[in-house]
Write a protein of this length. Structure first.
Length: 126
């Protein structure tokens, strides 16, 4: 994501949206399970620690870590993913945002070879 923002030709008025995209990306990178699971996860962790103290065989803490990571990913995908996508589209960093599929034709466009081909095709067909 940082590469996309760094390589895009953004206008000065895009600075706020770019900062918001960076903030969403940072939150996604530091994802935690939704707060609605916190009490339940804490209780489960205490029970697993008690099993470990009793030397019960099994990788229960490993399973706990996997479940916690899955809940984090779910929280991010459902909450922040669509918001980040919307900001990236508003900056012209997605196909829809560049206008190829009905988005804003005046959105910011990068210097990629694909963008240049699209621009030439648009000029040819106009």
């Amino acid at each position: 994501m940082a590469h996309s923002l760094g390589s895009a030709k953004l206008r000065p008025e895009d600075a706020g949206a770019a900062a918001l995209a960076r903030q969403y990306a940072a939150l996604i990178d530091a994802a935690q399970p939704s707060a609605i699971y916190a009490r339940h996860l804490a209780a489960l962790k205490r029970a697993l620690d008690a099993l470990a103290d009793m030397d019960v065989e099994g990788d229960y803490l490993g399973h706990f870590d996997k479940i916690t990571a899955a809940l984090s990913a779910h929280s991010v995908a459902s909450d922040l993913g669509p918001k980040l996508l919307a900001v990236l589209a508003s900056l012209g960093l997605t196909v829809a945002g560049r206008g190829s599929k009905g988005g804003d034709q005046n959105a910011s466009v990068g210097d990629s070879p694909l963008d240049e081909l699209r621009a030439r095709r648009t000029t040819r067909t106009s």
